[in-house]
Design a protein. Structure first.
Length: 86
């Protein structure tokens, strides 16, 4: 399996885990801009790119995406809590 196939399969699996059965909601997205410029986004925020990161192990890649997406959710939750305080 090549690197793009691993990425696509991973993104598909992660979206399946977080989406309802009949939902079209897909917070994880893969975009490629040619043969060497690819990114993975979570809710529109880049959480991986092939310029600064590479995939050593598929499990490590999944863990990286999860960790970075949880970081975005935590930041969003903090910002939402700040809205309550205003």
């Amino acid at each position: 399996m090549n690197i793009k196939e691993i990425i696509l399969e991973t993104i598909d699996d992660l979206n399946d885990m977080v989406s309802e059965p009949d939902s079209s909601y897909s917070p994880f997205e893969f975009r490629t801009f040619g043969w060497n410029n690819s990114v993975v986004l979570f809710m529109g925020v880049v959480i991986w790119d092939d310029d600064n990161d590479y995939i050593i192990d598929e499990d490590e890649f999944v863990d990286t995406l999860k960790t970075r997406s949880f970081g975005i959710l935590n930041q969003l939750n903090e910002k939402m809590e700040n809205l309550k305080d205003d």
